[in-house]
Design a protein around this ligand. Structure first.
Ligand code: PEP
Length: 248
């Protein structure tokens, strides 16, 4: 048996305004939330202070990216240290949009993870295959390659502060959610891979969450899969009904 607390993350991506976020915070703050779930909201950098001052304290705040250094001549970048300073305790790293649109490499993402962990941020580390990769039977190869960079870069003790998000690219923002069986198959593979490459203790305790077109209507069956320890939710985290997923 394990004691992996169910984890539901929201990823707002580049969405929201002071008005819309204030409305959503009001709704979340009034919602009834199961205390057996860990809830984290990933907001655009500039709204993190607003969340830190207004969002209920039993929901943690995440950024959606950060850099590998504390400070310096890196125009336009934001450090993990700064995120901590303004009230974030988590950061999403390696999201497929960062990998594909901004060409972030497995190595760069692993380095970001290592740095963020070193300053005390917790990390939602994303991995997942494209449609083409799935159709050519490379899903496990791709996920292993993405995890391999992480495993080579962080130490076994670091995994205590890492959640792995399995997010098949073909399911993100497409409305094409992976079936519960498809999610379970990859999650189980990831857990076995971690067991072989890190330790059985880490494999047993690490949370592996699913992301990709999760909503309040399709989350309940996937939530019961053995190796699914929660969700990372994009579009559906921008609505008050996000709480129905939290309480699934
Ligand atoms: C995401 O961006 O991490 C995500 C899973 O998006 P969506 O839920 O909108 O597919």
């Amino acid at each position: 048996t394990h004691n992996r607390k169910f984890f539901v993350g929201g990823n707002w991506k580049m969405n929201g305004s002071t008005d819309s976020i204030s409305d959503l915070v009001n709704s979340f703050n009034q919602g009834v939330m199961s205390q057996s779930v860990e809830v984290v909201i990933g907001a655009p950098y500039v709204y993190i202070p607003l969340l830190a001052s207004t969002l209920r304290k039993d929901i943690a705040i995440s950024a959606q990216n950060c850099f590998t250094k504390a400070s310096g001549a890196y125009t336009g970048e934001i450090s993990a240290d700064m995120l901590k300073d303004v009230g974030a305790t988590w950061v999403i790293l390696g999201h497929s949009e960062r990998r594909s649109i901004f060409k972030e490499s497995d190595f760069f993402i692993a380095e970001k993870t290592k740095y963020a962990l070193s300053v005390g941020l917790k990390v939602i580390f994303c991995c997942g295959e494209s449609l083409e990769e799935r159709e050519s039977n490379n899903t496990m190869n791709v996920v292993e390659r993405q995890l391999e960079a992480l495993i080579a870069t962080i130490s076994p003790a670091d995994y205590e502060n890492v959640v792995i998000a399995y997010e098949p690219v073909w399911a993100i923002g497409t409305g094409k959610v992976a079936s519960p069986e498809q999610a379970q198959e990859v999650h189980a593979h990831i857990r076995t891979f971690i067991k072989e490459r890190v330790s059985s203790d880490v494999a047993q305790n690490i949370r592996i969450i699913y992301g990709g077109s999760v909503n309040e209507k399709n989350s309940n069956v996937t939530a019961t899969q053995t190796d699914v320890d929660g969700f990372l939710v994009g579009g559906a985290s921008l609505k008050p009904s996000f709480f129905e997923i939290v309480n699934v």
